[in-house]
Write a new protein. Structure first.
Length: 237
């Protein structure tokens, strides 16, 4: 029998996650699915594994204030779906069985391909999410790993040059640029493995979700903030 974290998400569950992240059941500044995908891509492609307790809180809120969920059930479901989505990216970005060029076929960056005049550029929120995840990489990461030239070149592909001022105006070009960023993420992941650095492990969803079934008010909040439940998600329940 598969472990809970190994069960692939269905299309219905992906839609449920997408809807939940923009609903009133989660904090107002919670990441949407595009930003979450970029954020988790950065976490998965870090040179050294980043513990869940470090990356999970930022999914719900960009600041350090109270994290309010509509109910304990909403908190439980949100954690479950986000952790399972993370586990899918761990597996799919690592997938070596791809096309003739070695690119994994199962994962591409998720984006809301809108492209209207008043909409963000295609892939803009994904890149912003990756940037936020990249900021959680170990401090002075380049001093902790060997041979950083390839990684730095790939990061430039993903994040762009510091003085870059605009994305391509054409929607097709924006999609092509985002596809190249996805390929760079895969190469980044493969680069660390070639250097013998440890790969990220899937998180144990069953244990993390079980912790949300009824935490004591003075126990650590299961959202990962490090605060007591009564001063975090429990404050609005």
């Amino acid at each position: 029998m598969n472990a809970p974290q190994s069960i692939p998400m269905t299309e219905e569950e992906l839609e449920q996650l997408e809807d939940l992240l923009v609903s009133d059941e989660v904090p107002a500044d919670c990441m949407n699915l595009e930003m979450l995908d970029g954020y988790l891509a950065a976490i998965v492609s870090s040179p050294l594994p980043i513990p869940m307790e470090q990356w999970l809180p930022a999914v719900w809120t960009a600041d350090e204030g109270e994290v309010g969920f509509g109910s304990g059930a909403s908190l439980q479901k949100a954690i479950e779906l986000v952790l399972r989505y993370y586990n899918e990216l761990v597996q799919m970005i690592a997938d070596q069985e791809g096309d003739e060029e070695g690119e994994a076929e199962g994962w591409q960056p998720f984006c809301y391909a809108q492209g209207g005049d008043d909409d963000p550029a295609i892939g803009e929120e994904w890149t912003a999410g990756f940037q936020q995840g990249f900021e959680l990489w170990p401090a002075e990461w380049s001093d902790s790993v060997p041979e950083t030239a390839i990684a730095e070149s790939l990061l430039e592909t993903i994040l762009g040059e510091e003085e870059e001022v605009a994305s391509p105006a054409d929607a097709e070009a924006q999609l092509a640029e985002l596809e190249q960023k996805g390929i760079a993420v895969q190469h980044l992941y493969q680069n660390w493995r070639a250097l013998g650095l440890p790969a990220p492990d899937p998180v144990v969803v069953s244990g993390a979700v079980a912790a949300t079934s009824g935490p004591g008010r003075n126990e650590p909040c299961p959202c990962g903030s490090g605060k007591k439940y009564k001063k975090c998600c429990g404050a609005s329940v």
